[in-house]
Design a protein around this ligand. Structure first.
Ligand SMILES: C[C@](O)(CO)[C@H](O)COP(=O)(O)OP(=O)(O)OC[C@H]1O[C@@H](n2ccc(N)nc2=O)[C@H](O)[C@@H]1O
Ligand SMILES: Nc1ncnc2c1ncn2[C@@H]1O[C@H](COP(=O)(O)OP(=O)(O)OP(=O)(O)O)[C@@H](O)[C@H]1O
Length: 284
């Protein structure tokens, strides 16, 4: 059996720098990953089947093909294999949450099934297949701190990030990516990539504070609770920065120490028992 971890994707900064003719937005984003996520267990089988369990399994809508099966089907088509797999997805991340839950699952499916089926794809074919599943799937395949540009297809390693902790907070209200991009108004931003490795978590927070997530105002216009979450996270002790990830609604606090992140998470959970709150290390 193969087990693959599908970590939450966190956009530490996200600048919307333009728009393509087909309506997709051009981004410049510093993307990292957190030590909390879904897991996929895969075993060889004659056909492809998916079971879903875990605390957030029920949040995945019934309609449409699950992105795990879509990724598996496209990989089988691209490699010409007739092999199947029994896949168990343990879902822990909230859905439609800006932390790439579905994209992380799709990337983990590709990684795991390539091992299970002993198939390979040229890197550029794999990248194109990933992008055809979703804009965030290529970066989730990389799994390490990355400067993401274009609509998600232009990837280059980011400078190494220092040890740091995150607290991810979601109001358990889905926020759909197309609606947030649609609500964005005003001029486009300049790209302001991180060029040097921050010495520590405080320096990382300072560098991030000079940048932003341009999707925050449109997300707040659709779900005002995003503004409430940012204020609640920022007000807690030890918080170096509070920001929204991706198209929301998940926001994160950045902390230097694990104990600070755990204390902040416990305090937020007491004041907001309905929110999904996960302390996790920033993966280097
Ligand atoms: C906001 C981010 O999460 C940042 O990492 C991603 O850009 C979104 O990635 P994703 O959820 O995989 O997005 P997709 O499923 O490919 O796109 C959903 C919809 O969001 C809008 N969209 C998405 C990505 C992008 N760069 N510009 C867009 O305008 C489009 O209307 C698209 O139809
Ligand atoms: N395995 C899956 N996990 C979560 N959502 C899935 C999955 N398969 C299909 N979906 C569908 O994909 C939609 C988007 O879910 P996802 O959690 O990937 O969004 P997101 O957090 O907006 O992603 P991103 O951070 O890439 O913008 C869901 O509303 C759901 O209908």
């Amino acid at each position: 059996m193969i087990t693959v971890f599908a970590p939450a994707k966190v956009n530490l900064s996200l600048h919307v720098v333009g728009k393509r003719d087909d309506g997709y937005h051009l981004l410049d984003s510093l993307v990292a990953f957190a030590g909390v996520g879904d897991t996929l267990d895969m075993e060889p089988a004659d056909t492809l089947t998916l079971d879903i369990t875990g605390p957030t399994a029920a949040l995945i809508p019934d309609e449409g093909e699950n992105i795990v099966l879509k990724a598996a089907r496209l990989l089988a088509e691209a490699t010409g294999t007739s092999l199947g797999a029994t896949i168990l997805l343990t879902k822990r991340l909230p859905v439609a949450a800006g932390i790439g839950g579905g994209s992380a699952d799709a990337a983990a499916t590709l990684t795991g099934l390539m091992q299970l089926w002993r198939v390979e794809l040229a890197p550029e074919r794999l990248a194109a297949l990933a992008l055809s599943i979703g804009a965030d799937v290529p970066v989730c395949l990389s799994g390490r701190p990355t400067r993401m540009r274009g609509i998600g297809e232009v990837l280059e390693p980011a400078p190494p990030l220092p040890p740091a902790w995150l607290v991810l907070v979601n109001p358990m209200v889905p926020l759909h990516t197309p609606a947030v991009f649609k609500a964005r108004t005003g001029p486009f931003s300049a790209a302001e990539p991180l060029t040097e490795s921050p010495a520590d978590a405080k320096a990382l927070a300072e560098a991030l504070a000079a940048r932003r997530n341009d999707l925050t105002p449109p997300a707040i216009s659709i779900e005002p609770v995003v503004g409430e979450m940012l204020a609640a996270i920022a007000a807690g002790p030890g918080c170096l920065l509070a920001r929204m990830s991706g198209s929301g609604a998940t926001c994160f606090g950045l902390y230097a120490e694990e104990a600070e992140a755990r204390a902040a998470a416990a305090s937020l959970q007491t004041t907001h028992p309905g929110w999904w709150i996960a302390p996790a290390p920033l993966l280097g």
